[in-house]
Design a protein around this ligand. Structure first.
Ligand SMILES: Nc1ncnc2c1ncn2[C@@H]1O[C@H](COP(=O)(O)OP(=O)(O)OP(=O)(O)O)[C@@H](O)[C@H]1O
Ligand SMILES: [Mg+2]
Length: 253
């Protein structure tokens, strides 16, 4: 099975503090893989290691099958270009229209004409179930859920092989959160794109993921399919997912 990301016994120390310990997992091509954990548990840090923004203190990181410690900056850069990011802060450029946000990469890095970029932006917006009516809007004119969609469309614009969502449902109401979950699933099914989803939203993680890891204080507590994690008898898992089992159907159910 082709692996898109793999961490092998990764440790990370910052300012004398070990923030990640013995992290190992693999993300197979085409799957949705979620990293769940409370605030400060180390989720975003794992994504920084995954994409080579941070170097592990110990252990190995493989991205698209390549050991990233063996790559030049250029080599790493070309792998990074195959990744789309939906950042934790959502971060659309407030002074740019929706189409300019979605087409940002092409505005900066190509000779494409404005109308071509607009066309491409529209194609990506359709992927997230938006239409031409939003093209000329400013981010301030969008609802929270629409902003997330536009951020996802922007991440998809370069046809990445991997998309990383950091807290895609944070700050959204429960109904809009479920809509974004469906969208993450739909994109995975329609395009086959591999997804890593960072979240503390248990409902979200268990309903969309093929596999999940649960992180606590920089360590993996449990790893497996949503069903496997839900049925784990680890006390922390029970505490973390407690009371949720009944309201979950789970992707693999
Ligand atoms: N640049 C940094 N310098 C020092 N410590 C850091 C840095 N980035 C993260 N940390 C620490 O590492 C730990 C994990 O942080 P991280 O941002 O990965 O958590 P998280 O699970 O993404 O949390 P949240 O759900 O709040 O986003 C925290 O204790 C944090 O204070
Ligand atoms: Mg985070």
């Amino acid at each position: 099975m082709e692996l898109i990301v793999e961490l092998r016994e990764v440790y990370k120390e910052i300012e004398g503090r070990e923030i990640l310990r013995n992290i190992s997992f693999a993300v197979p091509k085409g799957k949705i893989f979620s990293i769940i954990g409370g605030s400060g548990s180390g989720k975003t840090s794992i994504t920084k290691l995954m994409v080579g923004l941070w170097k592990p203190t110990k252990g190995k990181v493989f991205l698209f099958g390549e050991d990233i410690s063996s790559l030049s900056l250029q080599g790493l850069d070309s792998l990074r270009r195959r990744i789309g990011y939906v950042f934790q802060e959502g971060a659309l450029f407030d002074s740019l229209k929706v189409w300019e946000n979605v087409g940002f990469y092409f505005l900066e890095h190509s000779d494409m004409k404005a109308h071509e970029i607009k066309e491409l932006a529209l194609e990506k917006l359709r992927l997230v179930n938006l239409d031409e009516s939003v093209l000329e809007l400013m981010p301030s004119e969008l609802s929270g859920g629409m902003k997330k969609r536009v951020a996802i469309a922007r991440a998809m614009a370069t046809q990445p092989d991997l998309i990383i969502y950091d807290e895609p449902t944070s700050g959204l109401d429960p109904i809009t959160s479920r809509v974004i979950d469906s969208l993450v699933l739909e994109l995975n099914r329609k395009t086959g794109i591999t997804a890593v989803v960072v979240t503390h939203d248990m409902i979200s993680a268990f309903s969309i993921s093929d596999r999940v890891i649960l992180i606590r204080s920089g360590e993996i507590v449990v790893e497996g399919t949503p069903q496997e994690v839900l049925s784990s008898d680890n006390p922390f898992v029970q505490e973390f997912v407690g009371g949720m089992k009944d309201c979950l159907s789970g992707k693999g159910a």
